[in-house]
Design a protein around this ligand. Structure first.
Ligand SMILES: C[S@@+](CC[C@H](N)C(=O)[O-])C[C@H]1O[C@@H](n2cnc3c(N)ncnc32)[C@H](O)[C@@H]1O
Length: 249
């Protein structure tokens, strides 16, 4: 999710020139200075992206990271779960990639379909109900059109309303894209005990201005000793479940 910081327009000799964004400390317009954009030369990815791009808020960098991570859970037993689907774009990419690399895993897709849930004091931008401009039927029809078949749509707040329907599942891969602290924490707390070693959780929203709740949750969780965590600076934080507990020094 991207929100606009305060924008001021500089006027010079009566003429309006480029906008200047004003961020709080720790934030600014940023782009990686490395040149590598592997998705631009990956025709398989670009074909999938063309199909999903109108159904997702994620940029190519984050979609490509999901694309690259999915084959890495091939040795890990369990389903693929996305919580926070909106119009189904990133979920479709996960399912597409899994099918393309021969990973026959059930794709669990959870959303309220009534917008963001559990916004609270840690979430300065959200009040609840954002991103309600979608519907379960729309996502279902979109996934069928690709065509994807092995998916299970869970309508309601996850985990509170719908997790009981899948409580016996191991989770090899989970994409948490729910924008706010309490929702993200609820999902993580349910999922993590079900993730075998080598399994991966990706938090979207990490570091986005306006998603400080998710950023602070990631900072709390990365203290744990049963994960290797990568606080990526493209809007993702990645947690890989470790075999053994890391020793702290
Ligand atoms: C930014 S959107 C997801 C974007 C999507 N992944 C994409 O590809 O564009 C966030 C979604 O999270 C959903 N959501 C937030 N908290 C939730 C919760 N606890 N359970 C289920 N869905 C939730 C909202 O309804 C919303 O559709």
């Amino acid at each position: 999710m991207v929100i606009a910081p305060a924008v001021y327009y500089i006027r010079l000799m009566g003429r309006q020139i480029s906008p200047v964004r004003v961020y709080p400390p720790g934030y600014s317009d940023s782009a990686p200075s490395a040149d590598y954009r592997p998705w631009t030369g990956d025709s398989t990815f670009l074909r999938a992206w063309t199909q999903v791009k109108e159904h997702t808020l994620l940029d190519q960098s984050r979609l490509y990271e999901l694309w690259e991570l999915i084959p890495q859970v091939a040795p890990v037993a369990g389903s693929i779960l996305e919580v926070g689907t909106w119009r189904g774009g990133s979920a479709a990419l996960l399912g597409w990639r899994a099918a393309a690399v021969g990973l026959d895993r059930e794709l669990l897709i959870a959303d309220t379909f009534t917008g963001v849930a559990k916004a609270g004091p840690r979430d300065p931008y959200y009040s609840g109900g954002e991103h309600a401009d979608t519907a379960l039927d729309t996502v279902q029809a979109f996934l069928h059109s690709l065509p994807l078949r092995n998916f299970n749509l869970l309508k309601g707040i996850f985990p509170d309303d719908t997790a009981h329907r899948v409580s016996d599942r191991a989770i090899a891969f989970c994409h948490i894209d729910v924008d706010v602290y309490d929702s993200a924490k609820g999902v993580f707390d349910w999922v993590w005990p079900r993730v075998p070693p080598g399994g991966i959780i990706v938090f979207d929203d990490y570091g986005f201005y306006g998603c400080e709740g998710v950023t602070s949750l990631v900072h709390e969780l990365r203290e744990r000793t049963d994960a290797v965590t990568v606080a990526n600076l493209n809007g993702h934080a990645v947690f890989v479940r470790t075999q053994e507990r890391r020793t702290t020094t």
